[in-house]
Design a protein around this ligand. Sequence first.
Ligand code: SAM
Length: 290
Amino acid sequence: MFGKVFREARKTTLSTAESVELALVVGRVARKILGSMATVDDKTQVTVQAGVDKSQPRVRKMFAQIAPRYDLLNHLLSLNIDRYWRWRTVRRVPPQGTTPVLDLCTGTGDLALAYYRAGDGKTPVVGADFCHEMLVIGQQKARRVAPVERLTLIEADSMQLPLADDAYQIVCVAFGLRNVADTDRGLQEMTRVCQPGGKVVVLEFSQPRWQPFASIYRWYFRHVLPRIGQWLARNQSDAYHYLPQSVGEFPSGEALAERMRACGLTSIAIQPFTLGVATLYVGTKPAQGG
Ligand SMILES: C[S@@+](CC[C@H](N)C(=O)[O-])C[C@H]1O[C@@H](n2cnc3c(N)ncnc32)[C@H](O)[C@@H]1O
């Protein structure tokens, strides 16, 4: 079982050997593509939730600073389990046919890539993020496996998507909704662009409850991970202290399911992964007239 899981998960592994020249060329191309697609109004900056600072400039700057090391740190700090979680997400909510899939807060594009592969290149995938630097890394990875019209990355704010209503069979977000300044607005936008009968999928960190694992994990997550992360990512935005703070504040389990229902989603399924370190939420947008 695990052999198969990790063989599948390894398909998402991408070479980290990137030449400076390639990065510059891809950066220029990405800027050109993204520049023409960006319609986000920077003046729309909201910070509506109390507690940890999720203002758009702060979040964007933080991810811009850690972008070059984001993938490495993700896989290292999660012991590669993040790949397995995305793989399970795609298995649990697989793409079908040619209606596109939308991955929000796509970052460096790992879930978008997993969906592209799962659809055998037949299902178009769009990834959206508001951090240009994360998308540039994502573009490098995407262009190695897919033509731009099949796997498209755009620069867009998840709270104000420049995308049509009812257009995507699956609208997913992995480890991103927690960072969106207004969770409800993010969920409303996900629901708006999802086609009737389609799925809204949220993969997010959660807090394990099963003892003694919960205590050991909490200690690792609050004290060890931020130190290693800060040290390796060398950013000034305290990104790896922000991580446990933002997870601690974010609704999980039934609380998040309730927020999804309030946005009009039904049949919410909650599936903990790895003893509850992460949780997958899947909601259905009711079919028209249903
Ligand atoms: C932790 S990363 C997750 C990246 C990717 N989904 C993954 O699975 O690794 C969070 C991403 O959310 C993006 N993000 C946060 N708030 C956003 C918003 N309002 N609109 C678009 N992207 C946002 C950040 O720029 C960052 O790339």
